[in-house]
Design a protein around this ligand. Structure first.
Ligand SMILES: Nc1ncnc2c1ncn2[C@@H]1O[C@H](COP(=O)(O)OP(=O)(O)OP(=O)(O)O)[C@@H](O)[C@H]1O
Ligand SMILES: [Mg+2]
Length: 364
């Protein structure tokens, strides 16, 4: 077992900088998810751990060793790709055995490891088939099996579920999580899907434009996003934003649609910031239909309903409040209609405040 450390890592292609100043530790036995939009450098970071990409600057360590110049085969890692990269002419069993044969593992040991992996993944009955005779989910299991038979110190996953349909993706994501809990192998998992990140990661590392934005448990990142980008990226439907100003010596906030007295829990952030331009953030679930007991202070705002999306247990309502569009996830009874005037209540303690200029979270 091992931890993985990026120390001031940069990746450049000629003059093009793809990753800058990456500092991140993936702890021993941890399931770390690298998440961010397309092109932000997730695969590049993963491939630098694997040794498939040269490091322009800084160090990558696996356990105690700097691995910058170590070839992939000597890094004791196993990688699972989006395209499962199975050998089409080999049976499932041969695919699983392949890496072990290269390592000159004795046959009895190969049989034991392959048997065990097939058992764990529930593919024992498929060992004699060729990849083309398997479903997408079964192929994915074989690809994972090929990684686990090698008992590496680190698993690397690059969007392994993105070729599966939505239902299978949910199932496989639970299976991979369970597998990691069982094997405890240090894991770095890349995805652009924030739900996958939130549900699978012990911690998640959010990236944008080759820069790490925030690292934390899913809940930490959800509850205290460090900037507007993270606030917007994590959570569905995404957080609502409204530009505003801190007024009245820091005691009130005004937006285009409403103004309110800053609750005691947020006063430390606004006092001394009179006149400051801010962006106020409210998650859809903190916009409620009627003020509820025990949920702290709320303020009522009024909007005009634009879109109503029933999704079963909830209805997603888009409403124009002043110049801003607010999305609320409401209980499904009493469906409003487009054009209705609707009252919503903002739970004030759940408000997020960001500096409109730097886009970073206001902190004390
Ligand atoms: N050989 C190359 N030369 C120049 N730029 C490259 C090269 N390979 C990748 N890039 C750039 O590096 C950036 C990061 O690419 P990377 O594949 O790591 O993104 P990603 O976060 O994995 O995206 P996706 O979610 O689409 O897979 C991209 O902007 C890409 O265009
Ligand atoms: Mg990628």
């Amino acid at each position: 077992m091992a931890n993985v450390v990026f120390e001031n890592v940069a990746k450049r292609y000629g003059a093009v900088s793809v990753i800058e100043g990456l500092n991140l530790e993936i702890r021993d036995e941890e399931f770390m998810v690298l998440v961010g939009p397309s092109g932000c450098g997730k695969s590049t970071a993963l491939r630098m751990i694997a040794g498939l990409e040269e490091i322009s600057d800084g160090d990558v360590r696996i356990g105690p060793n700097v691995v910058n110049d170590l070839p992939p085969k000597d890094r004791d890692i196993a990688m699972v790709f989006q395209t499962y990269a199975l050998y089409p002419h080999m049976s499932v069993k041969e695919n699983l055995e392949f890496g072990l044969r290269l390592k000159k593992t004795p046959q009895a040991e190969i049989d034991r490891l392959v048997g065990e992996a097939a058992e764990i993944l529930g593919i024992t009955h498929l060992l004699g088939r060729k990849p083309k005779e398997l479903s997408g989910g079964q192929r994915q299991r074989v690809a994972v099996g090929r990684a686990i038979v090698r008992k590496p110190s680190v698993f690397l996953f690059d969007e392994p579920l993105s070729n599966l349909d939505a239902k299978l993706r949910v199932q496989m994501r639970a299976e991979i999580s369970k597998l990691q809990t069982r094997l405890k192998t240090t894991t770095v998992y890349v995805t652009h899907d924030q739900i996958e990140a939130m549900t699978m990661g012990h911690r998640i590392a959010v990236m944008k434009d080759g820069r790490l934005q925030q690292v934390g448990t899913p809940l930490e990142v959800y509850e205290r996003p460090v900037n507007l980008f993270v606030a917007n990226f994590i959570g569905t439907p995404p957080m609502n934003f409204a530009e505003g100003t801190i007024i009245d010596s820091g005691s009130r906030i005004r937006t285009s649609g409403f103004d309110f007295a800053v609750p005691a829990s947020l006063l430390a952030l606004t006092q001394g910031n009179d006149g400051k331009a801010i962006v106020l953030g409210v998650r859809p679930e903190n916009l409620i239909k009627t003020a509820k007991d025990g949920r702290g202070e709320t303020i009522a705002i009024r909007g005009i309903v634009e879109i109503v999306e029933p999704i079963g247990h909830q209805v997603i309502v888009h409403a124009k409040v002043g110049g801003d569009l607010f999305v609320a996830a409401l209980d499904a009874h009493n469906l409003p209609k487009a054009g209705d005037s609707i009252e919503l209540n903002i739970e004030l303690d759940a408000i997020h405040l960001f500096d409109a200029v730097t886009e970073t979270r206001l902190t004390t």
